[in-house]
Design a binder for this molecule. Structure first.
Ligand SMILES: C[S@@+](CC[C@H](N)C(=O)[O-])C[C@H]1O[C@@H](n2cnc3c(N)ncnc32)[C@H](O)[C@@H]1O
Length: 199
């Protein structure tokens, strides 16, 4: 199986353009947008081709992603929003440097629970007021160390990518522990689960 990071960074420009376009009406975008207060800054972690820019105001917005092809499309299609290619790993932003940080439909696609947990913690770290995580495959409340349940998640326009990336399920406890000291609110926003972490 290809590493998710490689699949995302090596996708063709045509796929980068079509990537996730089918998901634009997912209610989680509206749910995230409704949390934003006027004038707040927003970091969109793993923004893909910038589809969130259709929902989030451009002022104070920064979308970051490891995939240069996706960021290229994001910049072309949303010239009033800012986007940046980043390296996988720690985010190069200080603690609480954005009012709000969001990471949507990403953590479950990563190589391992450890990598996912690290990005989860980073998203919380850079947020001042609120971090939001949107899960397609939320962590499970089970004891097994290695759940790695695979969900079929393919769509016609993103098949080149989703045909190769599994939607992993992780153990829930480490993610809950990482929210300690904050207020965690979990809601179903079908087909997703939205975790709001208020700091
Ligand atoms: C399934 S897509 C979700 C894109 C977008 N958030 C959405 O909901 O449409 C997952 C994204 O995560 C990005 N990604 C993976 N690992 C990352 C990392 N460590 N830092 C930033 N982006 C990452 C991929 O390049 C890809 O664009």
């Amino acid at each position: 199986m290809s590493r998710a990071t490689d699949v995302y960074t090596q996708i063709s420009q045509a796929t980068a353009r079509a990537f996730c376009k089918h998901s634009v009406k997912q209610p989680s975008y509206a749910a995230i947008a409704s949390e934003l207060r006027e004038g707040e800054s927003l970091l969109d972690v793993a923004c893909g081709n910038g589809i969130g820019a259709l929902w989030y105001p451009n002022r104070g917005y920064l979308g970051v992603d490891i995939s240069a092809p996706l960021i290229l499309v994001a910049r072309e299609e949303h010239p009033d929003h800012h986007f940046q290619v980043v390296e996988p790993g720690p985010l190069l932003f200080g603690e609480a440097s954005f009012d709000v940080a969001v990471c949507k439909s990403t953590l479950e696609t990563l190589e391992s629970a450890e990598v996912a947990l690290a990005l989860f913690k980073e998203t919380i770290r850079v947020a001042k007021r609120l971090a939001m995580i949107v899960w397609y495959a939320p962590p499970l409340d089970l004891a097994e160390d290695n759940i790695s349940t695979v969900l079929a998640h393919t769509s016609l326009d993103s098949n080149e990518v989703f045909g190769q990336i599994h939607q992993n399920r992780y153990r829930r406890a480490p993610f809950i522990e990482a929210c300690q000291g904050h207020v965690l609110q979990i809601t179903e926003v079908a087909p997703h689960q939205l975790w709001r972490i208020y700091k």
